[in-house]
Design a protein. Structure first.
Length: 107
């Protein structure tokens, strides 16, 4: 997760990140801890939409909410994809008119 975030965070063409997790074997709460740890380590500056389904999804969402990171959790994959595309479009339009729109995560 950390390496993926490093790559995406450093790519100027990436406007937003979609993480799709189906925690059937691996528990969603463990994955959520990994996502937050990776975001902290990398200093992630891109908006993140996280689709979580599976074991311990409620615990995972509670952990993400309590983390202070602005990660948008969405249950449905189609809705998650629509959301990340909308966020990327907002960023693109803001950049076109030199408007500073920040989705940065707190350090």
């Amino acid at each position: 997760m950390t390496h993926a975030f490093e790559l995406l965070n450093s790519d100027g063409k990436v406007q937003a990140i979609l993480v799709n997790i189906f925690g059937g074997i691996m528990r969603c709460d463990i994955i959520a801890h990994g996502v937050i740890a990776a975001a902290k380590k990398v200093g992630l500056r891109k908006p993140v939409v996280l689709r979580l389904q599976g074991t311990n999804v409620k615990e995972a969402k509670a952990f993400i909410e309590a983390s202070g990171y602005r990660i948008i959790t969405v249950d449905d994959l189609d809705k998650a994809a629509e959301t990340v595309v909308k966020i990327a479009e907002i960023k693109r339009q803001a950049e076109e008119v030199s408007l500073n729109v920040s989705f940065e995560l707190p350090l």
